[in-house]
Structures are given as C-alpha cells and as structure tokens.
Design a protein. Structure first.
Ligand SMILES: [Fe+2]
Ligand SMILES: [Fe+2]
Length: 275
C-alpha cells in the first residue's frame, strides 16, 4: 500500500516521527505496506482481521465491507491480517483478497494461515509470499515491537510451531530491548483458555518471551471471539470475516477486532461487518 504524502505525514505526526522517517517496500510491486513506525509513549489504535477464506469474487465482498469500515475509522493506524486469507492456498484466491485489502488507506501486514498453504506445491508458502511478502516479520524500531509469526505446520489445524520458526523468533528477540512492549500476531491461537486449537508447544513459544515485555498475542483460526488476560498478556481470537465459513463457536456475527493501546492498558472490541 502506498502512502499519499498527506496520509504519510498524518501517520508520521501520529507517531511523533519526522517526515523523513523510512518507508520500506519489501515487495514493491505487490503494494503491501512495510514501514518502521515508532510507537513509544503514544496511544494508538489498530485493527486485526482474520479468516477471510476468500474463494471467488463474491466471497471478497465482506472483505471490501470490512475495509470500508476500517477506512471510515480515523483512529485505525494499521491493520494486521491474521491468516486464512484464502480457501486452498491458491494464488488466485490470495490475489483476490489482496485486491480488496489494497483498498485499505493505512498500512496492512499479514501472516499466513493453514488455508494459505498450497499443499500441492513444492514451496508450500510460494503463493502466499508472492502476494503478501515474507511469512514472518518484525516491525518497529523503537517503542512497540510488532512480530508476525508464521504458525503454520503444513496445512494442519493443530500445530506444533516448527523449530525453524522458533529459531527465527529466538534470534529476533535477541535484538530486542527487554523493556520494549511487544505484540505478537499469529494465525493459530496461544490463548491458554482457548476452547480449541491452541498451538501444541505454545508454552515453549511464550517461554521465549520470559525476559521480554510481551503485552498481546492476537490470533485467528478458532473463528470465534475469545479474550483473556493471563500473566499480564492479553490473548485474543476473533470471529471470521468470511461468507464462505461459519464461526466455530456458532455465533452469527462476522467482523474484525480493534485494539486501543494506551500507555497502561490495551482495550479491545469486536466490530461487526454485514455482508
Ligand atoms: Fe479459518
Ligand atoms: Fe485456520
């Protein structure tokens, strides 16, 4: 996503950045925003949206509705897509969703879900990375650090985070000042009390943050709203934003989640989207 100068100056101002702050495009031809904001000391709001399960043009409709709603909310500084963007990990599905997500006026980041994996391909994440860029990432040079984790183990629903991803996370955290607040984004849930699908080695993953200031772990996959706080960390899953799938908890509402971050707390709310 490319900034207009007005949009970027507005964003830079919100984050207390100079107008010469870096905007880096890792995948410039694919229009996915990558930036290095500073959130230190600031209050800000961001959105997460998950489990779009786009299959065809019609099923991208609810994504467009969600994008309209997010764009209409001046508070939202960026959006993170928490996986299951596609149905079968097909390039066409991922691209259709990307066309809708490209309409977001503020930056957008993404992590893959088990339905974004192409099990027929040699490179399981090839379709995903060709459209959305790296399957894991960290953003933010000071203040808050945002980590996008690739929690997929092939296309499994119950996953053990692979050792390669654990190693990447460990190396990433080595570079991070221990006092920095961290938000972790992944497709599969880490909520200690989730009704299903908790990452099998979730405790080992969370253990890597023992000496750090992890504040939030936001996930999808469960297709239902679950919010809990455990040892000072806020864990969430959110209803799907899809017309091709139902919520696993049988609630009818589809939508996305907002996080309102202040110096002392994170408040979260679910926003319903009508298709
Ligand atoms: Fe899903
Ligand atoms: Fe999933």
């Amino acid at each position: 996503m490319k900034f207009t100068r007005r949009q970027f100056l507005g964003l830079a101002s919100a984050f207390g950045l100079a107008s010469c702050a870096k905007v880096k495009n890792v995948v410039p031809d694919l229009n996915l925003a990558r930036f290095t904001p500073s959130f230190g000391g600031d209050e800000f709001t961001f959105a997460t949206i998950n489990d779009l399960h786009v299959l065809d043009t019609k099923s991208a409709g609810i994504v467009n509705q969600a994008v309209n709603s997010i764009n209409a909310d001046d508070r939202v500084q960026f959006t993170v897509v928490l996986g299951d963007i596609a149905t079968d990990g097909r390039y066409e599905e991922l691209k259709l969703a990307k066309v809708a997500l490209d309409r977001l006026e503020m930056p957008c980041f993404a992590v893959p879900g088990n339905h974004d994996v192409d099990m027929k391909a040699k490179d399981l994440f090839g379709n995903y990375t060709s459209v959305y860029g790296p399957a894991h990432w960290d953003e933010g040079e000071e203040g808050w650090l945002f980590i996008g984790l690739n929690s997929c183990e092939e296309s499994k629903s119950d996953v053990t985070l692979p050792q390669t991803e654990l190693d990447w996370l460990e190396q990433t955290l080595k570079k991070v000042n221990r006092s920095r607040p961290i938000a972790l984004f992944a497709h599969h849930p880490f909520n200690p009390g989730t009704k299903a699908y908790r990452v099998i080695n979730a405790d080992a993953v969370l253990g890597l943050f023992a000496e750090h200031s992890l504040k939030l772990v936001a996930a999808g996959h469960y297709h239902g709203n679950q919010v809990e706080e455990h040892n000072g960390v806020l864990f969430t899953t959110t209803a799907c934003c899809s017309t091709t799938r139902d919520n696993f908890d049988e609630t009818p509402e589809k939508g996305y989640r907002l996080f309102h971050v202040t110096k002392d707390a994170i408040q979260t709310e679910f926003i319903t989207v009508r298709s």
